[in-house]
Design a protein around this ligand. Structure first.
Ligand code: GTP
Ligand code: MG
Length: 205
């Protein structure tokens, strides 16, 4: 079997106050649900090693999740802290329609502040164990506008958490591969002595 290659995957969370960003990070990393709303102050970072099966290969990735604060006073810090991540999980709560409306603002702000690197985005409707206050149409509009994948999850009862984790890991690896290939191509155009080994090593999809 191939030696295990460890890639660092950095993922940020964004979304309004109380939608469940900290719980998503906590359920994802420690399998733990937190009942109280201990509003995040500034930013937290959590890490986990995950083995991902890709055909007959196993890749070990280190996932670093940046759990940001949804409060307005931390808005620019939240965006600033995750703008270099590989991907961003945009979280809203299906029981609070204004948190979905605000996703548009989070995306716009992120797009304004990020650098030239592409960032993948996934839209998450959390708290699907509760009664929804949002129609499927509202979600379709946003999905169409930004063409982003969408999951409805519950951090409370674990619905779709494994599916999301699996999707996130595969998408991250595909995206990381693309990023490294792009960077290596630019480097090797500047300096032809740079071998394509770097590309071969990271090329997994
Ligand atoms: N019913 C239900 N409640 C949830 C779920 N996820 C989170 N909550 C609750 O929602 C509240 C807020 O969750 P947090 O994870 O702290 O929210 P947050 O987005 O990190 O909030 P800020 O840090 O203030 O931005 C807590 O009381 C959680 O227990 C869920 O899937 N279902
Ligand atoms: Mg939080």
């Amino acid at each position: 079997m191939e030696p295990i290659t460890r890639n660092l995957i950095q993922i940020g969370t964004l979304g309004d106050f109380g939608v469940g960003k900290t719980n998503l990070s906590s359920v994802f990393i420690d399998n733990k649900f937190i009942t109280e709303h201990l509003s995040t102050i500034g930013i937290n970072c959590l890490m986990k090693d995950i083995k991902v099966n890709i055909g007959d290969q196993i890749r070990e990735i280190k996932v670093k999740i940046w759990d940001t604060a949804g409060q307005d006073r931390f808005r620019s810090l939240s965006i600033q802290s995750i703008k270099s991540c590989l991907g961003v999980v945009l979280v809203y709560s299906i029981i609070d329609s204004k948190t979905l409306i605000n996703i548009d603002n989070w995306i716009k702000e992120l797009n304004e502040k990020k650098n030239d690197e592409q960032i993948f985005m996934i839209l998450i409707g959390n708290k699907c164990d509760e009664n929804r206050a949002i129609t499927k149409n509202d979600i379709e509009e946003l999905k169409k506008k930004y063409n982003i994948p969408y999951f409805e999850i519950s951090c409370l009862n674990g619905k779709n958490i494994n599916e999301l984790e699996n999707y996130l890991c595969h998408l991250s690896l595909r995206f990381l591969t693309k990023r490294i290939k792009r960077k290596t191509k630019i480097e090797s155009e500047k300096n032809p002595l740079i071998k394509s080994d770097k590309i071969k090593k990271c090329f997994i999809y």
